[in-house]
Write a protein that binds this ligand. Structure first.
Ligand code: 5AD
Length: 443
């Protein structure tokens, strides 16, 4: 099974390539040598990942062709809006109507939606978000893999289970060779086209080690690599980009400076934001977001978080519930209600309707069993599967009882594909290239 549909190169203009997928055209940036019009390729996150032989592409496409259109039909049916639902509070309906006609809600309007306490009305919000997702992004759903390479961390984030002060967990650090092998397995055997490498802020790897790791993976396997090693410094970001990393997953956690400083002793929100901005300038795809349900966090704060994500030009919105970890300073807090999370996802879609990938986080899936299906029906269009070797997975205990901490990769893939199929979604990331990105990209 693959996580991208092969496309046919229609036109090449400098680094920009027009790719045809069953008559639908998308753009991608080319980073491979000798590409020509007529070649078949896989693209991911707006990048051409690799060329594949025409025969192989034709075979895959012939299997896909029928399913591709069938899935789109199912998705279209499921995302139709039931117009009768408009009997709700008039301001609520008006904001949604305008969103569906192309005017995204302002911050105060988004807050108004957030504050609705009518469950039936909230269903309409979810449906509107799903309608917009379908309208602009069709049925593609990103399926990335995440490989957690080390749970060592030199920071002391007060909510986090792998904070250096948590003495209740065993620590591991994968060797570079182990990481390369695990990445290779995910890419070659399981077909992932995009992989996130994640760790705590682990001084056990130097920047040169991480660069070597990425370069080796990129030399051996075709994939888009995202890094998530915390604050590596602006120079570190540059080096890692040169080594081949093309995405940065780094949450700002909360846009409320006071809360940020309380929860992250010795760290500054401004430093984190500087990393995210610099990364965007360097050409990284930005995956960011925050925690929902932090002590002291208000609904205004959460709306600010969503707008900040948009301002940071995020390719992917990554928002998850804060889950209390026994034995840590916030261990006795209560987690949020799952409906609040669904509201966050759907409002994110309304605010950034046309391009955003909105992720169902593992934390949300840990909070609620049906999170993935419900989230995908409320504006989300992205999932991440855990490809960390099972012998380490349980130890990456940022919070307890993580969803998928014991599932084989193959099982996660099968479950995901069957869910996506039932919702009419295709496990593809056809990607879009933002003009700004093309220009800001280093040559
Ligand atoms: N609950 C939910 N998410 C958490 N993270 C860390 N600790 C927790 C927790 N207790 C998230 C942070 C970090 C990501 C890797 O894990 O938001 O960015």
């Amino acid at each position: 099974m693959c996580y991208a549909i092969p496309g046919r190169v229609k036109e090449i203009e400098g680094r920009k390539v027009t790719v045809d997928y069953f008559g639908q055209e998308r753009n991608a940036l080319n980073e491979i040598y000798g590409l020509r019009a007529g070649d078949y390729i896989y693209a991911q996150g707006g990048y051409v990942i690799n060329k594949i032989p025409e025969k192989e592409a034709q075979e895959i496409l012939s299997v896909w062709k029928e399913t591709f259109f069938e899935l789109q039909e199912v998705d279209l049916k499921l995302s139709k809006l039931d117009l009768e639902a408009k009997k709700f509070d008039s301001r609520f309906s008006r904001i949604l109507d305008r969103a569906m006609e192309g005017t995204a809600p302002s911050a105060s309007e988004a807050l108004y939606l957030f504050n609705s306490a009518n469950r039936e009305q909230d269903q309409y919000l979810y449906k509107a978000a799903n309608f917009l997702r379908q309208k602009y992004l069709k049925n593609s759903c990103c399926v990335h893999g995440i490989l957690e390479i080390s749970n060592h961390c030199s920071l002391n984030c007060r909510y986090c289970g792998i904070s250096k002060l948590n003495r209740n967990i065993d620590r591991y650090r994968m060797s570079i060779q182990e990481v390369v092998e695990a990445a290779g397995l995910s890419i070659e055997k399981y077909g992932f086209k995009a992989l996130v490498l994640q760790s705590g802020e682990d001084p056990g790897y130097g920047i040169e080690d991480l660069c070597y790791m990425i370069r080796t993976i990129k030399d051996k396997y075709p994939a888009l690599i995202f890094i998530s090693f915390g604050e590596v410094g602006l120079e570190g970001l540059e080096k890692l980009y040169e080594a081949g990393a093309r995405g940065l997953l780094m949450r700002f956690e909360t846009s409320n400076q006071q809360i940020y400083e309380n929860l992250h002793p010795g760290q500054q929100l401004s430093t984190r934001l500087l990393h995210l901005k610099k990364a965007y300038e360097l050409g990284y795809l930005i995956l960011t977001g925050g925690l929902i349900g932090l002590p002291g966090q208000t609904r205004e704060d959460i709306i600010n978080d969503l707008f900040l994500t948009k301002e940071l030009k995020a390719e992917m919105y990554s928002f998850g519930p804060f889950l209390p970890v026994p034995g840590t300073p916030l261990g006795a807090k209560e987690p949020i209600d799952k409906d609040l999370m669904l509201k966050v996802l759907s409002i994110a879609r309304l605010i950034d309707p046309t391009e955003a990938k909105i992720l169902i986080t593992t934390a949300f899936e840990t909070l609620s069993k049906d999170a993935r299906r419900q989230g995908l029906m409320a504006g989300a269009n992205s999932v991440m599967l855990n490809v960390t070797p099972l012998k380490y997975r349980q130890q990456y205990a940022i919070y307890p009882d993580r969803a998928y901490q014991d599932e084989l990769i193959q099982v996660q893939i099968e479950d995901t594909l069957s869910l996506l199929r039932s919702l009419g979604r295709a496990p593809t990331d056809l990607g879009v290239v933002h003009e700004k990105q093309v220009f800001s990209q280093k040559k």
